[in-house]
Design a protein around this ligand. Structure first.
Ligand SMILES: [Zn+2]
Length: 212
């Protein structure tokens, strides 16, 4: 998929095949509105496909994607906070029951934490955004000082997911609903090569295979 013509052809196929096959469902979602059960916060990486890896479709997941699947801590000010606004909307208006923060293997954002990026006017937002992973990097390096790079990156990806879950709790609506027992937070790590998902067991503080 390099040229837009391929996307156009893809859309033609969608209209003829998938839209036709799901037309009733799409129309129902228009007439009745959306009622997704879960908020999925995933990386923008093109290899992470939230609906595909959970076998879900239209109306099932409210999705936030950003570089590194990061969650900035609650910070009400005059800036434009896309991730925060989507979290608020999902939790307070759509009233989702679950929030999944899904990291993944071979994440370029996590990898970039270990590189020296030279700030220019073309990457200023990227460098600032990656600060949201620095705590995970610091913890991972302290916990695993002797491991090889691949293991360190895997660990950092997973630790970062846990920190993003903590940041979610800084949002008043998230904290309130978690304390009420109407909202559950989940940390996942998707492996690109195997298709497996590991989830964070917060009682044992380890990642385990999802679905056995
Ligand atoms: Zn990524």
């Amino acid at each position: 998929m390099n040229k837009i013509t391929e996307l156009e052809k893809g859309h033609e196929t969608f209209k003829k095949v998938k839209f036709k096959a799901n037309e009733d469902r799409f129309k129902k979602l228009v007439s009745q509105g959306q009622n997704p059960k879960a908020l999925f916060i995933g990386c923008s990486d093109s290899r992470v496909m939230p609906n595909m890896i959970t076998s879900t479709g239209a109306g099932d997941l409210f999705i936030i994607r950003n570089i590194g699947n990061f969650v900035p801590a609650f910070k009400p000010d005059s800036d434009f906070h896309a991730t925060a606004a989507a979290i608020e909307y999902a939790v307070s208006t759509l009233e989702v029951n679950d929030i999944i923060v899904c990291g993944h293997s071979h994440c370029g954002a996590i990898g970039a934490l270990y590189k020296t990026l030279v700030p220019t006017e073309e990457n200023i937002h990227t460098i600032k955004w990656l600060e949201l992973g620095t705590t995970a990097k610091r913890v991972a390096k302290a916990a695993l000082p002797q491991v090889d790079k691949a293991e360190l990156l895997d660990y950092t990806e997973k630790v970062s997911v846990i920190f993003q879950l903590e940041n979610l709790l800084s949002y008043p609506a998230v904290r309130r609903r978690v304390e009420e027992g109407t909202l559950y937070l989940h940390g996942w790590h998707y492996d690109l090569a195997s298709g497996e998902i590991a989830y964070y067991d917060d009682e044992e503080m380890v990642f385990r295979a999802l679905g056995g």
